[in-house]
Ligand binder design. Structure first.
Ligand code: SAM
Length: 258
């Protein structure tokens, strides 16, 4: 039975066999690893992952896809289906060892940023993550200070993870075709995030600093710091957020002292 892709679930199914093989090759799944796929859809990457790993957890919101998915995966290995919203999914329910889960997904682009933040909050369980995302989101994740793409997503993802953009994927690899270019990215949680700032303080500082990116920090951070406090944290009050490095944001989060 054919499935009509649902826009509200961000359904753009991978169909290019060469691209699928390249993605699975970059992930290089092995027997015995604990793999979790977000949004398996009709199984484009699920089937080859299952064939290599022998066992795979999947989290899928659209219950109508699940019978076809199970049929396609029959005989390839143990498929464990969690029907529901990944944004409400607790990775620790899979009883993983800390730092063991390999998370994979051609993510629904409409909610990719909330999914990333949800997973960063559970990073202690994760060994690595491979995601297909809008190329623009991958560019923002990997952006360096001073670049146009550097923002809240760059700081928060780089604080928690090493970011490795892998390769671009054109719209023709999907059905239906998205309007944007895509890319595969690898995120590897750092064993010990740079500087160990309190994540709530870091989030507060980064949100405020980038709330109006053209304004000086003395303005955007006024609710949190006066000028002397910024100077004491080693930050120029007349600078803009996009010129600060990760270490500066960590210093500010520590100075906030929450
Ligand atoms: N992995 C398939 C592929 O590559 O062909 C499908 C990818 S499609 C871009 C995104 C998938 O995520 C869909 O199967 C969609 O139903 C599912 N999805 C959307 N929102 C979700 C959510 N909140 N939680 C879990 N799955 C979700």
């Amino acid at each position: 039975m054919s499935h009509r892709p649902r826009k509200r679930f961000g359904q753009n199914f991978l169909q290019d066999v060469d691209v699928i093989a390249r993605i699975v090759g970059a992930i290089a799944p092995r027997t015995g690893e604990c793999l979790v796929e977000i949004g398996p859809g009709l199984g484009a990457i699920t089937c080859p992952l299952l064939r290599s790993a022998g066992r795979l957890n999947v989290i899928e919101l659209d219950r109508d896809l699940i019978p076809a998915l199970e049929r396609r995966c029959a005989g390839l290995g143990t498929l464990i289906v969690h029907q529901g919203d990944v944004l409400a999914f607790d990775l620790s329910s899979l009883s993983p060892e800390p730092g063991s889960l390999r998370v994979i997904g051609n993510l629904p682009y409409n909610i990719s940023t909330p999914i990333l933040f949800h997973l960063l909050g559970q990073r202690e369980w994760i060994r690595d993550m491979h995601f297909m995302l809008q190329r623009e989101v991958v560019d923002r994740m990997g952006a360096a200070p001073g670049s146009r793409d550097f923002g809240r997503l760059s700081v928060m993802v780089q604080y928690h993870c090493e970011v490795t953009p892998l390769f671009g994927i054109g719209p023709g690899a999907f059905r239906p075709q998205p309007k944007v270019e895509s890319a595969l990215v690898r995120l590897t949680p750092r064993p010990c995030p740079a500087g160990r700032a309190d994540p709530v303080s870091l989030d507060a500082v980064v949100r405020a600093a980038f709330s109006q990116r053209r304004k000086k920090l003395s303005n955007t951070l006024k609710p949190l710091f006066d000028r002397p406090a910024l100077v004491a944290a080693g930050v120029d009050p007349d600078a803009r957020a996009e010129t600060l490095g990760l270490a500066d944001f960590v210093a500010l989060a520590k100075a906030l002292g929450r």
